[in-house]
Write a protein that binds this ligand. Structure first.
Ligand SMILES: NC(=O)c1ccc[n+]([C@@H]2O[C@H](COP(=O)([O-])OP(=O)(O)OC[C@H]3O[C@@H](n4cnc5c(N)ncnc54)[C@H](O)[C@@H]3O)[C@@H](O)[C@H]2O)c1
Length: 309
């Protein structure tokens, strides 16, 4: 299969590319390297440095003629989206529309779109949250991810473009760059390596920290393999269904690294939500996917990776 991966030089996208290359698919990565990195790109994949908002995307689609487009490129920081909502909309909405227009023009069979289960549901009462729960996004990043899902539905109904939407929980693992809310595992490990105390942002009523569902990046790569030919016109939560408080995450990381630094406590930031955890019954039932990596093992692999950097 010929697969175009946007954002394939980034943290998650590069693991998805590795998986596709291992399966002997022909892969083209497009990425503007704003947060991604050329050395993340598998040497057996082709690479074009380009912005997803560019008019030149047309030439790339015409020449590569992908069967499937896997869309991972995005502005991923919630705090940046709050500070600069126009930038977030420009990349995460206008950039997506440019990709979808090219999919239609070049008769692409399917788009895999990456949304955020950690963001679109907002402060959900149903917990762990199912795909049917009415989204209530609380940041421009979350609003624009949800808008992206709506655009997928529009392009499906208007032009017959097939899609699968993956709503990830908080993904962690090797190659994650230490910024943004989802980067806490890397941030905490890097701080410990530098013997620097970590910031712990908390809501007053939850001093142990916000609760998140942490999923290892290789498990995420596997679900991207399964949806190449399945899960049409569907939305799947992809997480573990297990909540972990940020304070407990830091304790586990520090225990494994044998570090005992006290965190610096701070108030929750604009756009932060108190708790998020995904119900994953649908992805288990319909795709037979299961998270394989337990949090302790995933942390241990991430520590080993970051120690070598
Ligand atoms: N990390 C998480 O926990 C998490 C959770 C839910 C959803 N997601 C989504 O997964 C996807 C990948 O996230 P990530 O954590 O790997 O982040 P990342 O920043 O490592 O990857 C994003 C990639 O997109 C590229 N990019 C950004 N803007 C671009 C543009 N205008 N044109 C071309 N390329 C551009 C970046 O250079 C980078 O390589 C994003 O869509 C993100 O919203 C991530």
């Amino acid at each position: 299969m010929r697969i175009l991966v946007t954002g394939g030089a980034g943290f998650i996208g590069s693991h998805v590319v590795d998986r596709y290359v291992d399966l002997r698919h022909e892969v083209l990565v497009i990425d503007n390297l704003s947060t991604g990195c050329r050395r993340n790109v598998n040497p057996l994949a082709d690479f074009e440095k380009i912005d997803i908002r560019s008019d030149h995307l047309n030439k790339i689609f015409r020449e590569f003629q992908p069967d499937v487009v896997n869309h991972h490129a995005a502005q991923i920081s919630v705090p940046i989206s709050v500070k600069d909502p126009l930038l977030d909309a420009d990349i995460n909405v206008k950039g997506l529309i440019n990709v979808l227009e090219n999919c239609v023009a070049h008769k692409i069979r399917k788009v895999i779109f990456v949304s955020s289960g950690g963001a679109v549901y907002g402060e959900a009462e149903e917990y762990p949250t199912t795909e049917n729960y009415p989204p209530s996004p609380m940041s421009p990043y979350a609003i624009n991810k949800l808008l992206g899902e709506k655009y997928l539905d529009f392009y499906h109904h208007q032009y017959g473009l097939q899609y699968t939407i993956l709503r990830y929980a908080n993904v962690y693992g090797p190659r994650q760059i230490p910024h943004g809310e989802a980067g806490v595992v890397s941030i905490f490990i890097n701080n410990n390596l530098a013997e620097k105390p970590s910031d712990l942002y908390v809501f007053k009523e939850n001093p142990e920290g916000m609760k998140r569902d942490y999923i290892y990046v290789e498990d995420i790569a596997q679900v991207n393999e399964l949806v190449l030919n399945r899960g049409e016109h569907s939305i799947f939560n992809v997480g573990t269904g297990i909540p972990t408080a940020t304070g407990d995450l830091l304790k586990e990381i520090s225990k494994q690294m044998e570090v005992s630094l006290k965190p610096i406590m701070g108030d929750a930031r604009p756009g932060d939500i108190k708790r998020s955890c995904l119900n994953i019954d649908k992805v288990i039932k319909e795709l037979g996917w299961n998270p394989r990596t337990d949090l302790k093992d995933g942390i241990s692999s991430t520590i080993s990776y970051l120690k070598k950097q």
